[in-house]
Every structure is written in structure tokens, then in C-alpha cells.
Design a protein around this ligand. Structure first.
Ligand SMILES: [Zn+2]
Length: 56
């Protein structure tokens, strides 16, 4: 019982740290002003610059 709870908590912590440490996998950075935008954004929310559609 305790082992299962411990395992669930550890997996949750690892997932959270992964999400926090690799934001570029889930967000895109504007090449013009450097603002972060969501993956679905086609244009920068801050300067309206067109964002690249693929990764390099
Ligand atoms: Zn921008």
C-alpha cells in the first residue's frame, strides 16, 4: 500500500519536473521579440510576427 502511494508520488514529481524543465517542447518562441507562444499559435501574440511552422 505504502509502496504504491510512494510510486505514484514519485512518478508525479518526475513528470512535473520534466514539464517545467523542457518548456520548448510545448511552447514556441518568437524569433523577433522572444515572447513565448502556444504550440497552436501561428502568429506571435506580442508582435504579430509569423511563427515558424516546423522545428529546427
Ligand atoms: Zn514576437
Amino acid at each position: 500500500m505504502f509502496r504504491t502511494v510512494y510510486l505514484v508520488i514519485m512518478v508525479g514529481v518526475i513528470a512535473l519536473v520534466t514539464l517545467l524543465s523542457v518548456p520548448w517542447l510545448f511552447r514556441r518562441r518568437c524569433t523577433k521579440c522572444g515572447a513565448w507562444n502556444g504550440l497552436e499559435a501561428s502568429r506571435c501574440k506580442q508582435c504579430s510576427e509569423a511563427l515558424p511552422t516546423d522545428y529546427e
